[in-house]
Design a protein around this ligand. Structure first.
Ligand SMILES: [Zn+2]
Length: 253
């Protein structure tokens, strides 16, 4: 979920770029993507797509602003790198599943408004503890809006029978997660220290799965995020200072 820009000067610079550039700030018209962006399904069709913020299956409990279609949009560079990762993990009898890709700035704003409202209380399915700003899980800017950041996990080539959804996102047992992905020790968007990539509070099997995902992603130029095992950013991203805000909509008919 996270990915912050710490320097205030950088944020100001981004705001100027977003104003000056025609692409950021405009909605995608009838499924037309801004230059430099692709649909991951066109580049790596074997990667499973489960965009959680386009559904109610997320920590907010409803679709998030700007996500009007279950599509993983990324920069060309990020999509090609991810396709290479998918080819590599296929040799282990595994595949990738993405939970979030490009994220419109308006969705980031939606998260911030939600977190600031008095509504969110602890919810063991997603955030067993609160203080989501201070703990770095919600921020006013996200690397996802630059189009080269992805949240993802590993899935077995042949689906395993999933266990029932746990009451607590930190308590996963067995080989796989309730969504049939490999057991990573927590579910996606579990805002807790156990989601830290190198947490020693998860099983040895979950640690191995995390390590495999990390090594596979790093091999193709992605940088991991220490607080979330699922979050990676392409180091050589093409739009390092631009927060895009076009909506994710269905393809042209
Ligand atoms: Zn993320």
């Amino acid at each position: 979920m996270a990915g912050r820009w710490a320097a205030p000067l950088l944020v100001v610079a981004v705001a100027k770029i977003a104003t000056a550039d025609a692409a950021p700030g405009t909605a995608a018209v009838a499924g037309t993507l801004p230059a430099g962006f692709v649909d991951l399904a066109d580049v790596a069709p074997k990667i499973a797509v489960d965009m959680r913020y386009a559904s109610a299956d997320n920590f907010v409990g409803r679709p998030v602003r700007g996500y009007r279609a279950d599509r993983c949009l990324l920069t060309n560079e990020a999509a090609r790198a991810l396709a290479a990762v998918q080819r590599d993990v296929a040799s282990f009898g595994l595949g990738l599943k993405v939970y979030d890709c490009y994220r419109p700035q308006r969705a980031v704003d939606d998260f911030v408004a939600w977190a600031r409202a008095p509504g969110p209380a602890t919810n063991p399915r997603h955030h067993p503890v609160v203080a989501l700003f201070r703990r770095g899980y919600i921020a006013e800017r996200s690397g996802h809006s630059r189009g080269s950041t992805v949240d993802l996990t590993l899935i077995p080539a042949a689906p395993l029978r999933p266990p029932p959804a746990p009451e607590d996102c930190r308590s996963l047992y067995g080989q796989n997660s309730p969504d049939s992905s490999l057991n990573m020790g927590t579910t996606f968007d579990c805002f807790d220290e156990r989601s830290h990539a190198t947490s020693d509070s998860v099983s040895a099997e979950a640690s191995r799965n995390r390590l495999l995902l990390k090594l596979a992603m790093e091999k193709h130029g992605f940088v991991p995020y220490a607080q979330e095992w699922w979050h990676f950013t392409l180091a050589n991203e093409p739009f390092p200072k631009t927060a895009f805000d076009f909506e994710i909509v269905d393809r042209k008919p």
